[in-house]
Design a protein around this ligand. Structure first.
Ligand SMILES: Nc1ncnc2c1ncn2[C@@H]1O[C@H](COP(=O)(O)OP(=O)(O)OP(=O)(O)O)[C@@H](O)[C@H]1O
Length: 271
């Protein structure tokens, strides 16, 4: 075992789910921004009931890869993606895939909380409404309540649902964004450094929430914070210079990595 400053990961008692079909499966995924190859052939499986963390130094391609998983790179004109990514065995880049539907099934929470400039209620109700998930007002209200409860925000906002989402604190806004993602009944939630704009107390709340949501959704999280990866995830992928260097149980990555580059990173030799 190597000496790191990382808390002991808590995934050791986790049952093996490798035998199950992965929720998402990426094979030889490359991303080019113009002529520059930012991601050099990443293959990884993402499972249900589990948090997968992507770690690595700045610019190594973590966010680029995360964005491939719900085709957010489509919004960047210079980006070109090759390789295959499947969701429940379906190719997400095929012409048959409805990208709006895909982004409901694979929701995303960004680094900076980005609620719409609308009421708290509307922030959560918008997605279910455009996806036709509620037949009437009371069904919509029930979805909003359930989503805010799952995001751990209901008690704080239930008496002010008509106030603007942007008037909430940063941590509350981020939980509102999580409620918004949950409201359309996703299967996967992608989080791109969801705590980097938050103070330690708000961060702890989001980490607790990730822990609670894990049983319901497959979660993939990009984080700069190795302690956070160790606390919240059961699987960790280490990226370096556009490659995915190592992927495995979080406890193995932080205590017994196979690759020298992973060891150098987690012991703070570079990053
Ligand atoms: N829209 C873009 N256009 C051109 N190059 C980009 C774009 N987005 C990212 N890149 C480049 O791709 C590489 C990977 O970037 P990416 O943001 O995925 O890394 P990261 O590991 O998430 O970094 P950080 O931890 O700093 O967010 C970097 O060299 C970056 O400059």
């Amino acid at each position: 075992m190597i000496d790191t400053l990382i808390p002991t990961p808590t995934d050791t008692a986790e049952p093996a789910v490798e035998e199950r079909t992965p929720k998402m499966s990426a094979r030889d995924v490359k991303v080019f921004y113009g002529a520059k190859e930012a991601l050099k052939g990443v293959s990884i499986d993402i499972h249900d009931d589990r948090v997968t963390a992507f770690i690595g130094p700045s610019g190594c391609g973590k966010s680029t890869f995360l964005r491939c998983l719900n085709r957010m790179n489509d919004t960047i004109p210079s980006a070109r993606v090759t390789g295959t990514i499947e969701l429940d065995g379906e190719d997400i880049n095929s012409a048959a895939m409805d990208v709006v539907q895909l982004r409901a099934r694979v929701g995303m929470v960004f680094q900076k909380p980005n609620p719409f400039p609308k009421s708290i209620f509307e922030n959560v109700a918008y997605g279910p409404r455009i996806h036709g998930l509620a037949e009437n007002k009371s069904e919509l209200e029930a979805i909003v309540e359930k989503s805010l409860k799952r995001a751990g925000l209901w008690d704080e906002v239930k008496d002010r649902l008509n106030e603007s989402g942007t008037a909430l604190s940063g941590g509350q806004q981020q939980r509102l964004c999580i409620a918004r993602a949950i409201a359309v009944d996703p299967e996967v939630i992608l989080m791109d450094e969801p705590c980097s704009a938050l103070d330690p107390i708000a961060t702890a709340k989001i980490e607790e929430l990730i822990h609670e949501l894990r049983g319901r959704y497959a979660i993939a999280i990009v984080t700069h914070n190795m302690q956070q990866a160790a606390r919240v995830s059961q699987r960790t992928a280490f990226f370096h210079l556009g490659e995915m260097v190592e992927y495995g149980k979080t406890s193995d990555i932080f205590t017994n990595p196979r690759e020298q580059r992973t060891q150098d990173y987690i012991t703070g030799r570079y990053g």
